[in-house]
Design a protein around this ligand. Sequence first.
Ligand SMILES: NC(=O)c1ccc[n+]([C@@H]2O[C@H](COP(=O)([O-])OP(=O)(O)OC[C@H]3O[C@@H](n4cnc5c(N)ncnc54)[C@H](O)[C@@H]3O)[C@@H](O)[C@H]2O)c1
Length: 361
Amino acid sequence: MTPLRVGIAGLGRIGRGILRANHAALAEGRFDIKVVCDVMPIDQVAYLLAHDTTYGKPPFTLDFQGNDLILGDKRIRYERVDRRRRPTEDSFAALREFDLDVFIDATGTASIADLRAVIERKVARKVVCTANIAGCDMSMVYGVNHEQYDPLQHDIIASNTCTGNALAPVAYVLQKHIGIEYARVITIHPALSDQRALDGYHPTSHLGRACAASILPTSTNVAASTVLALPELEGKLDSLSYRVPTEIVSIIDITATLTRDTSRDECIELFEKYARGDLNGIVQCDYGAWGHQRASIDYLGTEFSAILQMRHLTVSHGRQLGMTLMHDNEVAYCCRVLDVLGVIDRVKAASKLKLVEPLRA
Ligand SMILES: NC(=O)c1ccc[n+]([C@@H]2O[C@H](COP(=O)([O-])OP(=O)(O)OC[C@H]3O[C@@H](n4cnc5c(N)ncnc54)[C@H](O)[C@@H]3O)[C@@H](O)[C@H]2O)c1
């Protein structure tokens, strides 16, 4: 079977992470990434791919020649775009040449109209967006709702958010077996590239404060993202985020009132069962190292959406639950984006349907 033909717009932390994750697994890559776009000159893309402060050198050689990036022995076309200009008919036509099955938008700047245009101008058969833009046909959390994907209805698929991918599997298990009456969720999140290194202007004023100097309480969409995958939790979740001066690995702390009495033992048994079964590879139960608590940086490069800190799972007064989980907000998320592509690929193969008619019909 021919692998999915993929394009990526936006080679920031997530776009480069997807490239890296795809090409690290197999020498030639799990999916056939044909073209990638950003606003940078190609030498800067190569430089950033080859030198990653967080993850170090990539597990493949890297070079560029003309308009091609060369990862190992694989050539990928690079299209430099001007962010200030709307895409033209010529730029759509240039991308159409790659006959893409999936176009990943990892820019963080696209509107739903931009994503629709990719489908309407037949640039690609499906769009996967790395943010929950309002108007997407589906927000997929792999392991929770990926079986609801319908190729005839869903053209623009959000791969939810990093924190949504972490919280939703845990909320799914609790809701299915015990029931959540209300939960307050706190994310303790590393600084992101939308923050300022030193004090300066930011449309969200507090995110303009020097990111290495403070813990910055800010809003987060983790509750809303989780509800997109689990609509039955509508109105039952609240959330707040603290941006902290670290580089990678996020923590989610959950305080929940459950709908019936339970025990720590029952919850442990439940999560252990899912970690070995339906959520294998998505959720991991971690008891520390020889009884010692791991530090967040110890989860650098881990692919699990949610690593449950089992020593800190508490149940008090029968139905008050406390839980903490950690996740590598880049690597784990990029692996889930590849899992979303895997779902699109499997459904395409199983349904014997073309995703849509040929692009160049
Ligand atoms: N960083 C994370 O932990 C994380 C996790 C999950 C999802 N996300 C989401 O993924 C998206 C990207 O986040 P990021 O952290 O990679 O941001 P980033 O700022 O590191 O990368 C964005 C990249 O997109 C490029 N870009 C912007 N507009 C463009 C355009 N019109 N065409 C082509 N390239 C364009 C920028 O030059 C930049 O290289 C955001 O929506 C973010 O919310 C981020």
